[in-house]
Design a protein around this ligand. Structure first.
Ligand SMILES: NC(=O)c1ccc[n+]([C@@H]2O[C@H](COP(=O)([O-])OP(=O)(O)OC[C@H]3O[C@@H](n4cnc5c(N)ncnc54)[C@H](O)[C@@H]3O)[C@@H](O)[C@H]2O)c1
Length: 424
């Protein structure tokens, strides 16, 4: 897959947070790219030059559409004649177990369009063994070709960090793998066009495990500081000061900070893919993952408890109070509200009888939990709440306005100062 890119067809199945940036980058380096998705609304937007992913601007997309190097499509016929296919479809947990149906469906749609020598790359996060044991059989059954022998097949995990301007697709090293040496060479050759550095590993399982290791590492370390934050509060110690001090150690320590819980498509889900695989194959419990799930899943309950304690100290019941939540996305500067811890916090406060108002300039009102009213961040709205809970520190928030007008604040991100501010 080395050599010039012009006129060579790449198809990217799934135009979400992962697939769209890959498709756009491939088009920018000169490939002829089709971004395929089943979501009519998403495809209509992309065809009209509207990006639904913050890191891809409408201008960037429109330039590629005008140049004819990128087009979005709902029509499987547009997959015909591809040289490289990248598959980046969802891998959720359904009833607590990995749900690979999207990968299987994408494989079935793609399979009739495989040809001798083409290259298929799975990018969805999944448990080790998926590429060879689940994806390959679907491609082979639908194409009559064999992975490795007839077409190239590999796995390359995505490390995209939405909203991170420093580490983007092109400057983040990309792990690549293949089912055999020729497949690895094809996968690496393709991504060498897209990113500054590729990191080959010996097999697909190792590449699949790499992604789960990275996310489990983060999940476990976030759980560690979350649990520490709860104990430190009880013991009247400033956990944030300890974290800042520990972060000055130049070796053997990596900074993680507490928060209201984990969200998004990765941390609440990926480690469970790993523990599911370990339990199914070995019969063992992956204790670190279970423990981290337990701590992180209960952080929203802890935030609600802190709100109750605060109101209690003021001799107020939660019922009837107005609580203002700042930030409904799962992380800063993104509109992604999947698995956001802000949702269970809002729901629990509502169940306790609070009037819950939410401000998030990145999240449309239709994604707010039932009964939660969307609002603008104004002095009046801030002053009208019994307590303001800062859940996500989006750059778009005017934090000075918040400290100036809020009567009481629970700051879950440790970015505010003042007599009326409590930290998580
Ligand atoms: N979002 C992240 O930050 C991130 C980072 C690294 C890895 N991942 C992983 O990448 C994968 C994709 O995640 P995402 O965040 O892009 O999800 P997403 O929901 O944003 O996008 C997936 C897209 O796939 C489409 N789709 C589903 N089935 C399809 C099919 N059969 N054919 C064509 N399109 C189909 C959906 O309509 C959707 O637009 C997941 O496995 C996820 O765990 C996500």
């Amino acid at each position: 897959m080395s050599g010039p890119t012009a006129g060579r067809k790449v198809v990217v199945i799934g135009q979400g947070y992962v697939g769209l940036p890959v498709a756009v980058r491939a088009a920018e380096v000169g490939f002829d790219v089709v971004g395929f998705d089943l979501d009519e609304r998403k495809v209509a937007g992309l065809v009209a030059g509207r990006s639904h992913v913050e890191d891809i601007s409408d201008e960037r997309l429109a330039a590629l559409i005008a140049a004819g190097t990128y087009r979005a499509s709902l029509d499987p016929a547009d997959l015909a004649g591809f040289e490289v296919a990248v598959v980046s479809v969802p891998t959720p947990l359904t009833d607590g177990a990995p749900d690979l149906s999207y990968i299987e469906d994408a494989g079935s749609i793609l399979a009739p369009h495989l040809s001798e020598g083409c290259c298929v790359i799975l990018e969805s996060t999944t448990y080790p063994g998926t590429t060879e044991e689940v994806f390959a059989p679907v491609l082979e059954a639908g194409s009559g070709l064999r992975g490795g022998a007839d077409f190239r097949l590999g796995y390359s995990p995505e490390r995209i960090d939405p909203g991170n301007p420093a580490w983007r697709l092109e400057n983040t090293p990309k792990v690549v793998s293949g089912v055999d040496a020729a497949s690895l060479a094809a996968v690496q050759g393709f991504f060498d066009h897209l990113v500054e550095k590729t990191v080959p590993v010996s097999g697909c399982k190792e590449a699949e495990l790499t992604k789960l290791l990275e996310n489990t590492f983060r999940h476990v370390n976030i759980a560690l500081v979350n649990e520490l934050a709860m104990f430190a509060h009880e013991l009247d110690m400033d956990v944030w000061e300890a974290i800042d001090a520990a972060s000055t150690k130049p070796f053997g320590y990596m900074r993680f900070v507490p928060g209201p819980g984990v969200g998004g498509h990765c941390l609440p889900i990926d480690p469970s893919y790993l523990s599911w695989r370990v339990r199914r194959s070995l019969g063992h419990t992956f204790r670190f993952v279970e423990l981290a799930n337990d701590v992180n899943e209960h952080m929203p309950d802890y935030v609600v408890r802190r709100v109750m304690e605060h109101l209690n100290d003021r001799e107020l019941a939660v019922r009837g109070q107005r609580v203002l939540l700042l930030g409904m996305a799962y992380k800063r500067n993104t509109g992604d509200a999947r698995e956001t811890p802000s949702a269970p916090i809002a729901r629990q406060l509502r169940e306790l009888g609070a009037e819950v108002i939410a401000v998030d300039p990145h999240v449309a009102d239709r994604w707010l939990p039932d009964g939660v009213q969307g609002a603008e961040l104004t002095a009046e709205v801030l002053a009208s709440a019994a307590i303001v809970v800062l859940l996500v520190d989006h750059d778009a928030f005017d934090l000075d306005l918040v400290t100036e007008h809020a009567a009481a604040i629970l700051d879950c991100r440790h970015v505010l100062r003042g007599d009326q501010v409590e930290h998580l």
